[in-house]
Structures are given as structure tokens and as C-alpha cells.
Design a binder for this molecule. Sequence first.
Ligand SMILES: NC(=O)c1ccc[n+]([C@@H]2O[C@H](COP(=O)([O-])OP(=O)(O)OC[C@H]3O[C@@H](n4cnc5c(N)ncnc54)[C@H](OP(=O)(O)O)[C@@H]3O)[C@@H](O)[C@H]2O)c1
Length: 330
Amino acid sequence: MNYIPSEERYEQGTNYRRCGRSGIKLPEISLGLWHNFGGVDVLENGRDMLRYAFDQGITHFDLANNYGPPPGSAEENFGVIYKKDFLPFRDELIISTKAGYLMWPGPYGEWGSRKYLISSLDQSLKRMGLEYVDIFYSHRPDPDTPLEETMMALDYAVRSGKALYAGISNYPAELTKKAAAILKQLGTPCLIHQPKYSMFERWVENGLLDVAEEEGIGVIAFSPLAQGLLTNRYLDGIPDGSRAAKSWGYLREDQVEPALVKVKKLNEVAKLRDQSLAQMAIAWLLKDQRVTSVLIGASSVVQLKDNLAAATNLIFTNDELSLVEQILKS
Ligand SMILES: NC(=O)c1ccc[n+]([C@@H]2O[C@H](COP(=O)([O-])OP(=O)(O)OC[C@H]3O[C@@H](n4cnc5c(N)ncnc54)[C@H](OP(=O)(O)O)[C@@H]3O)[C@@H](O)[C@H]2O)c1
């Protein structure tokens, strides 16, 4: 059936934040296609989620060359859905992809060389059926390739029209500063940094958020729900079909149990706020204005709906904040 997006998509309560000191605004909550959009997944379920998200004003979908499994299949599936549903709405969308992790055999299939990054971007564009992506990321720093080469490749991606903006992901604070300086010099400012950030993973608070603010770089926090741990998903064990139960899921079964004591306590705080735990975990990140967007994953429209409602209550009292801190530090 032809997809006709909701005419009220920009009146559904989705707020947009400026990405660093750029001209781009991103929705406070963005949707990532790392899990649940691959060749092993049900395409129509992914399609339902993308349609639902767009109907709610979610304009940003995040991919990478290796998302699947198998690697590349999330981009392929996105391409199929994009062609069927989103082609007329290209100018309303921010679509990102990345290169950095292993994608093909041999010495040119991963890390940060110009050879790998540009070839990978060309492959991604083909798989998705796009003329350009909005953001192209270096997915991880490469200890062996000169930073200048990796940044020059991002600059070239933008200058050649294959990407509109450049981003970096998983770069520590000091390296981010250096990368930003090189990109600035090249004339392609770094638009955005994509770090892992959640109540359970707070390394960005030790410098990266400050660097991003100083440099005018936006921040989009990935795995904000700690892959599902910071939700009600595992409160009563590991359900069939959950990420921890799947052989290809990145969340391992043995990561669940040790987190549960804190998860249960946090769930009680969420209840006091009249939120689900997922909503509170997202709101807790968005309370910091340096965070441009929170990049969630979801395996169903029901989860997506739950998560998007987080934006209705981003305010924490001091008591709530210290309670959360106490639990996280216990
Ligand atoms: N740059 C990088 O290196 C990097 C790395 C990882 C991810 N990312 C990006 O970040 C995106 C999000 O990562 P993520 O999927 O790990 O994010 P996440 O939001 O922390 O976890 C998503 C998972 O949590 C569960 N979930 C979500 N909402 C729920 C709800 N309301 N109630 C119960 N369970 C819920 C689902 O698990 P079930 O599947 O069990 O239902 C879902 O698949 C990725 O798609 C990707 O775009 C980037």
C-alpha cells in the first residue's frame, strides 16, 4: 500500500535541537538501524517502525555499512523501504552512514584509510539507492592511519557531494579536538560526534561533552537504553526474541543479570515520575543541552511509541537526580 505520511508529522510534539553551531537541527530522538533491520529480520516490521517514526516527525535515521546481519543488509533493506515509502520525502530526512569496522576482506576493508572510507561510502550509497547521505561518519578512530588522511577523506566525501556533512564516532575527547581542528582547516567543519552514552556508560562526561561544546560540535548519544537493559525488557528474565536472547544480538546474556539490581531501583524512580524506565533513561540524557539527539533502537512500533513519549517530561527535580546518582554509584 502506498505510504502517505501524516500531514501533522511536525505537530506531534517532536522537538528539534540545533546540532552544535551548524545550520542543522535534529529531532531530540532519532532512530538507529543497527539491530532489527537486517537480513535476519522481518522487513515489514522495520518498515512499520520507519513509517511510524516519520509520522511523528522523526527526521533522522542512522545507519552504517556493517549493520545487519549480514553486514550491508540494513542498508539494503533501508534502500528497499526508502524507494517504496520515502523517495518523495528525501529533503525532509537526515540519513547517516559510517565506515570504520570490518566490511570486506583484505587490507582495505576496515579502519580509516581514504581508500576504505571512500569505497565504503560508494557501496553504501548503492545499497541504499541514494545520491548522497546527509552525514558520513568515521565510525572509529584508526590508531595506524594518520588522522589527517581520515579527515581528508571525510572532507572529500563532502566536497564530492557524496555527503553533506562530516561526523566522527567513538573518538576520545583529545582526538576529537585534533580531528575538529583538521576538519576546520580543510573547510568542512565537524558537524557531530556519535558516542555511546547512557546512565550506564558515562565516559563522555569526562571531557568529550566539553570539547563538543567548545568546538561547536553536536552530540548524538548511541545505545541510550544500554541495548535494552535500561527498560522493562529484562525485569522478569530474558524473553524470547529479545536482543540478549538472539545469537546475533550484541547484548550478551551474561550482561543482563549483573545490571538488574540497579535496573529495578531505577525502574522505581521512573514510576515516581510517571514514566517508563526507557522514557526516564532517554529524558536523563536530554536534560543536558549539549546532547543534540538521543539515538535509540527499537524492535517494535510499541517500543518506539513508548520511547518517543519520553520527550514530554525532560525535567528532573534535584531529589530525582541525586536518587538516580545514588543508584548508579551504588
Ligand atoms: N557509532 C557506533 O559505534 C554505534 C554503536 C552502536 C549503536 N549505534 C547507533 O545507535 C543506535 C541505537 O543503538 P541500540 O539499538 O543499542 O540502542 P538502545 O536504544 O540502547 O537499545 C535498543 C533496544 O532496546 C530495547 N528497547 C527499546 N525501546 C524499548 C522499550 N520502550 N521497552 C523495552 N525495550 C526497549 C529493544 O531491544 P529488543 O530488541 O530486545 O526488543 C531495542 O532493540 C543504533 O541503531 C545505531 O544507529 C552506533
